[in-house]
Design a protein around this ligand. Structure first.
Ligand SMILES: [Zn+2]
Length: 291
């Protein structure tokens, strides 16, 4: 059984500038065991969920994956698959992708982004309202926590939470938005607790990455090039990442997928032509033992 494991939690639309004022102890826990660093969305990438999440999970830029908006039509995910698919199909690992935003998980709107993880959980909102999205995130987090806790052979997971972004679109970045970020932190906590509850946890080495795709203007909304929109962030902890170290310089969204492979001890094949780099050198994370 593989002892290297990976959890990536994607929280949509969380502003970096507001985090210091919010109660997010579980994100703080990840950051203090590793780093939390700013990501500047590069000028060629629309500050929208579709392109940014695609870059995060494929490790390549929009010029390669071809997702320019929230419809994923015309994408090149067959050539540049997400890490849950590449790990499952190419490396025989057990992977999970879970969340409630349709194009990431279903064959709608040009999706899915997650083509072929070992297990895919889609729990969509019952209505297009902030409350329905909060309910959706609760169910996604609970289901993913159960899978993480109970599936011994699971190697890597991506869990998506969408209520924070939806709340900003409906209500702006006021008290409801801030409360939603704190709620998302509790969901992150339930996922982290699930890892610790695994029967094999003592022998496992988990890498945890928490990432947001873009920011929001004060009134809610993104897609432009203001600093509030182009500022995202990544937090990570795990083997090879020193606690409290400064975030890697020039941190980019594409680094998430690159680090996913490195964290699992899988050498990055130059043919994948990833644009991201792992957070640490592969030498800092010993390669997977041959079995
Ligand atoms: Zn988004």
């Amino acid at each position: 059984m593989n002892t290297r494991k990976l959890l990536v939690v994607g929280i949509d639309g969380v502003r970096l500038d507001l985090l210091p004022d919010l109660h997010t102890p579980r994100l703080d826990e990840v950051a203090s065991a590793g780093f939390l660093g700013r990501v500047e969305i590069d000028a060629t990438t629309p500050t929208m969920s579709g392109p940014c999440w695609t870059t995060i999970v494929t490790g390549v830029s929009v010029a390669k994956h071809g997702v320019w908006g929230n419809r994923l039509d015309g994408n090149r995910l067959d050539v540049f698959p997400d890490f849950t698919t590449r790990l499952a199909v190419g490396h025989g690992l057990r992977t999970l992708a879970a969340g409630g935003w349709t194009p990431l998980f279903l064959a709608r709107d040009g999706g899915p982004l997650f083509l072929a993880p070992s297990r895919l959980t889609y729990i969509g909102p019952s209505a297009d309202t902030p409350a329905a999205w909060e309910q959706c995130d609760r169910e996604v987090a609970a289901d993913a926590a159960r899978t993480l806790a109970e599936t011994a052979e699971l190697d890597a997971a991506f869990v998506y939470l969408g209520a924070v972004d939806e709340t900003a679109h409906f209500l702006g970045c006021g008290p409801e938005y801030r409360a939603s970020i704190e709620t998302a932190d509790r969901h992150l906590g339930s996922l982290l607790d699930a890892l610790r509850s695994r029967p094999g946890h003592a022998a496992e080495e988990w890498t945890v990455i928490v990432v947001t795709d873009h920011g929001h203007r004060d009134e809610g909304g993104h897609g432009g090039r203001s600093a509030l929109e182009t500022t995202a962030w990544i937090a990570a902890r795990g083997p090879g990442i020193p606690p409290g170290a400064p975030a890697p310089s020039g941190l980019r969204h594409a680094d998430v997928a690159a680090h996913a492979y490195t964290a699992l001890g899988i050498p990055i094949d130059p043919h994948w032509s990833l644009d991201g780099r792992p957070f640490t050198t592969p030498a800092a994370v010993p390669a997977r033992e041959a079995v």
